[in-house]
Design a protein around this ligand. Structure first.
Ligand code: HEC
Ligand code: HEC
Ligand code: HEC
Ligand code: HEC
Ligand code: HEC
Length: 269
């Protein structure tokens, strides 16, 4: 009895650890976070905004963007420890582009990138700085895209990429369903993931003709992926039919056995 209680308690603790482990890894408390959380508004606001961001979810913290030493209170913001401070408006693409290389490349070659020194938008204008969220085509909206020019241009780009975006979402859901019923979907998942990343990067060219052409190429690639997914789905159907057939056979077998038993009984009695 005691042992059972003990075991329950131990497993509850293990379960709690497993449940909170991801949170704990995510919210690793650096000296940057500890000190900044208690400072005046301008310096503490980034902490709260960052906590809900896609960067926080992926373990990218203050020092990954701003540099510095996250383990040393005294020297945290010393340039000798790699602190690079806050970028100027036109430095932002290089600042974010250290990690998002492909996007940076497309962006710098685009009409937006070329207008950077005049009135072109940079990364933070569209994504924000600390509260960066997962990117979707909802970022293309009248609020964000009619500040500098007519929304019409933005709407045109959005219209070109919408259908392909919807296909991607649909295929991702199918792959997740197949994984759930026990198929090894590793390869297809990686394939979709890389198609998704290259596709979402394309937006940054903001060149309607180029986006139209390349979107057609993505559609062709996705059609191949769809065929492979459909093959899996067919075999799920076949499995169901085969499963059904086994049940019917078992039932039939049961009936036959019962009949034989009855006949045997009748003959005996
Ligand atoms: C002991 C407290 C403390 C620690 C630790 C600390 N900061 Fe700061 N931070 C400050 C104060 C105070 C300011 C405002 C005065 C200044 O710029 O020196 C500031 C300013 C900043 C700024 C804005 C600078 C500007 O030019 O406006 C950034 C960015 C920043 N800190 C990032 C970090 C990062 C990244 C870390 C960890 C590697 C960190 N801080 C650690 C107290 C701290
Ligand atoms: C994804 C990269 C990224 C991360 C992570 C990040 N910052 Fe920043 N931060 C920036 C950029 C870019 C700016 C410049 C702001 C702008 O142009 O809007 C900035 C500006 C700042 C400023 C100056 C704000 C002002 O109004 O003058 C402070 C202070 C700061 N960051 C602190 C932090 C702290 C503290 C953290 C961790 C909680 C953090 N940052 C995490 C990118 C980042
Ligand atoms: C004019 C607005 C705008 C600017 C400027 C901009 N982005 Fe984006 N970004 C978007 C939109 C919209 C999407 C989503 C596109 C989609 O879903 O097809 C996106 C997608 C992304 C993605 C996801 C793509 C992927 O590969 O997963 C990343 C990362 C990203 N942007 C980073 C950046 C960086 C870094 C910069 C600066 C060099 C930047 N963005 C400049 C609007 C912008
Ligand atoms: C130290 C590396 C690093 C820096 C610097 C950085 N990021 Fe990221 N960013 C990441 C990682 C890692 C992810 C999560 C994995 C992914 O989705 O690519 C991410 C994700 C994103 C996403 C979501 C992508 C998606 O799939 O939807 C956007 C948008 C983004 N970052 C924009 C920015 C912007 C804007 C800046 C500059 C203010 C910036 N990043 C600076 C590493 C970085
Ligand atoms: C900070 C100002 C600013 C914002 C915000 C902005 N743009 Fe632009 N956009 C420009 C500039 C500057 C140009 C290039 C000069 C021109 O063509 O007028 C441009 C050009 C374009 C073009 C034409 C490119 C070409 O090669 O024909 C498209 C498409 C476009 N933007 C889409 C968007 C979308 C989508 C958004 C919102 C996610 C957006 N813009 C937000 C300033 C901005």
């Amino acid at each position: 009895m005691m042992r059972l209680k003990m075991m329950r308690r131990v497993s509850a603790v293990i379960l709690a650890c497993l449940l909170f482990l991801p949170l704990w890894v995510q919210a690793e408390e650096t000296v940057c976070l500890q000190c900044h959380a208690g400072l005046e508004e301008r310096l503490s606001a980034p902490v709260g905004q960052w906590r809900g961001s896609i960067h926080a979810q992926n373990g990218i913290s203050c020092h990954d963007c701003h540099g510095g030493d996250p383990t040393d209170f005294e020297m945290a913001m010393s340039p000798e420890r790699g602190f690079i401070g806050v970028p100027e408006y036109i430095e932002v693409p290089e600042f974010c582009g250290r990690c998002h290389l492909g996007v940076k490349e497309d962006y710098l070659a685009s009409a937006h990138g070329k207008a950077l020194e005049l009135w072109g938008p940079q990364c933070v204008v569209c994504h924000g700085n600390h509260a960066v969220e997962k990117a979707t085509i909802d970022l293309i909206n009248p609020d964000s895209c009619s500040r500098c020019h007519e929304y019409e241009r933005a709407a045109q780009v959005k219209q070109i990429i919408s259908a392909t975006e919807a296909t991607l979402v649909e295929l991702e859901a199918s792959v997740a369903d197949l994984h759930r019923v026990g198929f090894d979907m590793q390869r297809l998942r990686e394939d979709l993931f890389s198609q998704r990343n290259s596709f979402r990067r394309l937006f940054h060219t903001v060149a309607p003709e180029r986006i139209k052409k390349q979107t057609a190429e993505f559609d062709a690639g996705l059609a191949t992926t769809r065929e492979q997914i459909e093959d899996y789905e067919d075999s799920v159907e076949k499995r169901k039919i085969a499963g059904g057939a086994v049940v019917v056979l078992l039932l039939l077998g049961g009936c036959v056995a019962l009949l034989i038993k009855r006949t045997f009984h009748d003959e005996e009695g």
